[in-house]
Ligand binder design. Structure first.
Ligand code: ATP
Length: 479
């Protein structure tokens, strides 16, 4: 079957060389991504569209991939048949795909022809129209204001029928818009901010400041891997983890209580700048948004900005929280954000809301910058696609590969549990409900947690252990 890909309109209004570069970039990205589904999938590039050809068996994975690849506005699904210009065959194929769609609705048939045929386009339109009408159920033909257009394309002996259409993400193809380093804390805001830069075609690396929780780090790695795998996997990016416990201690020692929050953010920006510099990156991204918490005032954001010469991008700066949550739902990060362990370290009880530039500099002059240098020097950088191996290697909770008398708990999301059911006897407790539901279980039992990649189960097993459930391990069947 064939998919016809319409580019994002902002690409179409560019001058010819830019448009060409962007459409080539999208074709290259798709080639890389589709090749991971099946090597025989073909792509053809035209000035106004791309066409993807695949065997019918790859329909669903290809459709899914196209719906989440930046740069695509709309996709038409097309099936082709060798009907020649046999009117009856053409009408039957049209009925096969459109009869359902015209039930109770007015319709019109539009035919586009290339090549030589015995019938004119008008002949075919009239024949197919009357065939569909006679089959019943429609509200009749309306040549001017039809509710459904039956679109047929006869190309020499091949009839192309548009069987479905769906919208893509929009945005620009990944790779043409430079690179950023996104400060990722794993909550709603930084994940949505990172998604928005990825959708805009910006190669987005992740940096995480570990304030003292191994579980937090695993959670942030997991959501970064998820985001990248879903929306940015055409390009390899880095996940950088900076041990920030020492910095937090030093803030406690050197800062006034009301300035601790601002200092922490400034020091994160300082550290990100140093890492970005080494990577040749000009811009940082944060999930901050004006007035979301009392300390996110314009003045405080300006004082945080002052810590660096890098461009600081805040894609959510004027967005309302419900709109941010709606994006999190749409991109599938809500459950991750909700299950991220809360870190409540350097949160000033009475945070300054109108920080002064001079005072922030003065606070910083009391801070021993060698501590920050040390944290940056000890930062660990891995390719985001190596996260699974990395988490499994540094696991803090034992992993077993068979179930004996333990209670097995499937902690995957509901939709994953339904699409790939676990065949062993088990309890179902999706990870976003685990914290609440687990309290109801018998603490003396032994438990095994199961998830698809073994990352979330590590995170939650550690969390449950911290809550006093000592007999929790991870179940990872052998491949
Ligand atoms: N531990 C961290 N590592 C990396 N970046 C961080 C960390 N903590 C905060 N940030 C960055 O600072 C921004 C503001 O953080 P803050 O905790 O004030 O807000 P938030 O709205 O709760 O963030 P989020 O919802 O992304 O967790 C975050 O969106 C993120 O970009």
């Amino acid at each position: 079957m064939k998919f016809i890909i319409k580019f994002f309109p902002e690409i179409m209004v560019k001058g010819t060389p830019v448009k060409k570069r962007m459409t080539m970039q999208l074709a290259e990205n798709l080639k890389r991504l589709l090749g991971r589904i099946n090597e025989e999938i073909q792509i053809k590039r035209f000035h106004d569209k791309l066409e993807v050809y695949c065997a019918d068996e790859w329909h669903l994975p290809v459709r899914d991939l196209l719906s989440r690849t930046p740069g695509i506005q709309q996709v038409l699904e097309v099936k082709h048949f060798e009907t020649g210009d046999d009117l009856q065959q053409i009408a039957e194929k049209a009925a096969e795909f459109y009869l359902d769609k015209i039930q109770g609705k007015t319709f019109v048939v539009r035919v586009k022809r290339t090549g030589t045929h015995n019938h004119s386009s008008g002949d075919i339109e009239r024949y197919v129209g009357s065939h569909l009408f006679q089959l019943g159920g429609s509200a009749g033909v309306d040549l001017r204001n039809a509710e459904v257009t039956v679109k047929l394309d006869l190309h020499n002996q091949i009839l192309n029928v548009i069987t479905d259409r769906f919208f893509g993400l929009g945005g620009f193809p990944m790779g043409g818009q430079g690179e950023v380093l996104s400060l990722m804390s794993g909550g709603f805001d930084s994940t949505v901010a990172s998604y928005l830069t990825m959708k805009r075609g910006v190669k987005t690396h992740f940096i995480f400041f570990n304030l003292g929780g191994a579980a937090h780090e695993i959670g942030v790695k997991q959501v970064s891997l998820y985001l990248w795998g879903k929306y940015g996997a055409s390009h390899r990016v880095k996940f950088i983890s900076v041990p920030f416990e020492g910095v937090v201690e030093e803030i406690f020692r050197s800062s006034h209580e009301s300035y601790m929050g601002v200092m922490l953010k400034r020091l994160m920006i300082h550290a990100s700048e140093k890492v970005a510099e080494k990577m040749g990156i000009d811009a940082l991204v944060t999930g901050e948004s004006v007035a979301q918490v009392s300390s996110q005032t314009l003045r405080n954001l300006a004082v945080i900005d002052d810590a660096s010469n890098k461009l600081i991008m805040r894609p959510l700066v004027v967005m309302d929280k419900p709109d941010i949550m709606a994006i999190a739902d749409q991109i599938g990060t809500r459950e991750f954000a909700e299950s991220m362990p809360e870190y409540c370290g350097v949160i000033s009880k009475n945070p300054v809301t109108n920080a002064s530039f001079d005072r922030a500099n003065k606070e910083e002059s009391h801070f021993d910058m060698a501590v920050l240098e040390k944290a940056v020097a000890e930062a660990v950088s891995i390719n985001v696609d190596e996260i699974i191996a990395d988490v499994n290697q540094s696991q803090a909770v034992d992993v077993v590969n068979e179930v004996n008398e333990e209670v097995l708990i499937d902690i995957r999301r509901d939709d994953e549990q339904t699409s790939k059911p676990l065949l062993l006897e088990h309890l179902s407790m999706p990870f976003n409900l685990l914290g609440r539901e687990f309290k109801k279980l018998d603490q003396t039992q032994q438990y095994l947690l199961y998830c698809d990649k073994g990352v979330m189960s590590q995170l939650h097993a550690q969390y449950l252990r911290d809550q006093g459930f000592e007999n929790v391990r991870v179940y990872r069947p052998q491949d």
